[in-house]
Design a protein around this ligand. Structure first.
Ligand code: ZN
Length: 250
């Protein structure tokens, strides 16, 4: 069974700006999905903000092993109920890959429990992305580092909890550094934040970036799902005999 991926795209810049449309004629989400579908072990579909329920119906999420998220200009237009739905799915095991400016999305801030603030600059500078966890499956195929000739700068401090692993660290021409590949576990779900992907540069056409995305999908694919809940466990069903002591107000 291939890994079922839903590539979520805000799809706003592509509609408004010819510069972005020139780089991503079918939208950034279509470019990302095509890159993922180059691996026969992955089956990626797309969903966008403009669709009913932002394309993230319960049925779509039932059929999603890993969700990728790119947003920037319209974080506020994402319905709270949909962000809560995605968060709930992550806790139950769905993988989540948040890309670039998705750091300020409702989904990512909920999942992180933090503001996800950072420093930024649009100067088209060089980004050198170092592998900080050699041997990590998300960095498979990268020899030490790779470079993007032009990117937006994101700089520390990044307002996120300490990650489980720091897979990548970026250096920018202007001198800043940034933890640009971070892993988390939230409930049964695996979460990866990956920094590159400003809309006015052809970052998602880059072969190494595409490889990282495929690697990340395979890493985030759930091993198992968990339904959660707060069941009352009766003393009579305890695995060892119990003698009850004390009172209860329940
Ligand atoms: Zn950007």
């Amino acid at each position: 069974m291939p890994i079922r991926v839903t590539v979520w795209g805000e799809n706003v810049h592509e509609q408004k700006h010819q510069l972005v449309r020139d780089i991503y004629p079918d939208g950034m989400h279509a470019c990302i999905a095509a890159a993922l579908n180059r691996d026969p072990g992955i089956k990626a579909r797309t969903a966008t903000l403009q669709e009913p329920e932002h394309g993230l119906t319960e049925q779509v999420l039932d059929e999603t092993d890993v969700l990728t998220w790119w947003g920037h200009a319209a974080h506020g237009q994402v319905e709270d109920a949909i962000a809560a739905r995605v968060h709930d799915r992550v806790l139950k095991g769905m993988g989540l890959i948040v890309l670039h400016s998705g750091h300020h999305s409702k989904v990512f801030k909920r999942v992180m429990g933090h503001n996800a603030d950072l420093r930024w600059r649009e100067a088209g500078e060089k980004e050198r992305i170092w592998v900080a966890s050699p041997g990590h499956p998300i960095a498979a195929g990268i020899d030490g580092y790779f470079e993007l000739p032009h990117e937006e700068m994101y700089g520390e401090p990044f307002g996120v909890p300490e990650p489980m692993e720091t897979v990548f660290i970026s250096w920018f021409q202007g001198g800043e550094v940034f933890r640009s590949g971070l892993t988390y576990r939230r409930g049964a779900g695996k979460v990866f934040y990956f920094r590159p992907g400003h809309e006015t540069y052809p970052t998602y056409h880059n072969a190494t970036v595409q490889q990282v995305l495929r690697n990340a999908v395979k890493w985030a694919n759930p091993d198992q799902r968990y339904g959660w809940g707060c069941p009352h466990v009766k003393a009579e069903t305890a695995l060892e005999p119990l003698v009850e002591h004390g009172g209860s107000v329940h």
